[in-house]
Every structure is written in C-alpha cells, then in structure tokens.
Design a protein around this ligand. Structure first.
Ligand SMILES: [Fe+2]
Length: 149
C-alpha cells in the first residue's frame, strides 16, 4: 500500500491544524512502511509502538480540531465528532487485537486507517474548511470594524 501524500488541497488554512495533520501523515506513513517489508516476529513490538503513537496523535488532532469547530460554531459539529469517535474506537480495537495477534490484524488495520483518514479529510474536513475560512474572515472583519477601521 502506498504512502499518504499531503496535498495542499487538504489545507484548512488554519496553520496548526494543517501542521498537526501533516505530522499525523508522517506517523501513519511509518506504520504503513512495514507493509512493504518482510515483517519478522520481533518487528511487531516496534510496530505496536508506532500504532500506539499514531493512536495518540489521532486523539490529539481530533481534540484540537473539535475545539476549533466549537470556537467557530460549526453547525455540523455533532456529526463530525461522531465520525471521530467511531474511528478512535476502531483504532483502539486494532490495538487490543494487535497486542494479542499482531500478524492477524496488521494488514487490515493499515488499509482501514489509510482509507478512513483520506476519506475523512476529503469528505468531512473539506466540508467544514470553507465554513471556517468565512467565519475567520467575518470575525477578523468585525474586530477591525469595532476598532473603527
Ligand atoms: Fe475531522
């Protein structure tokens, strides 16, 4: 399975969100990398640590993004959060199975994580991006008007 490649079209234009997502891509790519190698029994400890790291990265990124959606009063936040929760649960389930039978779950988890994340960015994150841009513009514009400019 090929690596995740950042596309500038994924930018939300809120710098730290975009930077965090790029970091997450890097973490996930480290996880995907093993897929193209011959995995030995002893590699699974290391792969499990990478999975734990990305699961923490995913959690942090979602929290950060949800705060932003609250701050800008995104009307569809409930559905967006639900999507996040479902994914977090799925990744936790992967981690549980991974700790017992890594060879059984690794390939499926790679495919799922990669496909889910790309779909989520393209369908769900791209849905709020224009809203945030307009809200940001309005907030800045209103703040300037209040200062009498
Ligand atoms: Fe999201």
């Amino acid at each position: 399975m090929s690596k995740l490649v950042w596309d500038d079209a994924f930018n939300i234009d809120v710098l730290d969100i975009d930077e965090k997502m790029k970091e997450l891509f890097e973490g996930i790519n480290r996880y995907l990398e093993y897929d193209s190698r011959r995995i030995k029994e002893e590699d699974y400890d290391e792969i499990g640590e990478v999975l734990a790291d990305i699961s923490e990265g995913i959690r942090q990124h979602f929290n950060h993004e949800e705060k932003l959606l609250i701050q800008y009063r995104y009307p569809e936040i409930a559905g967006h959060k639900k999507e996040h929760r479902r994914f977090v649960k799925k990744v936790l389930a992967f981690r549980r199975v991974f700790s017992e039978e890594p060879e059984k779950i690794y390939k499926d988890s790679v495919k799922y994580i990669q496909e889910w994340l790309l779909r989520h960015i393209q369908e769900d994150d791209m849905r709020y991006a224009p809203f945030i841009r307009v809200q940001k513009y309005l907030m800045e514009h209103n703040a300037q008007s209040r200062r009498g400019r």
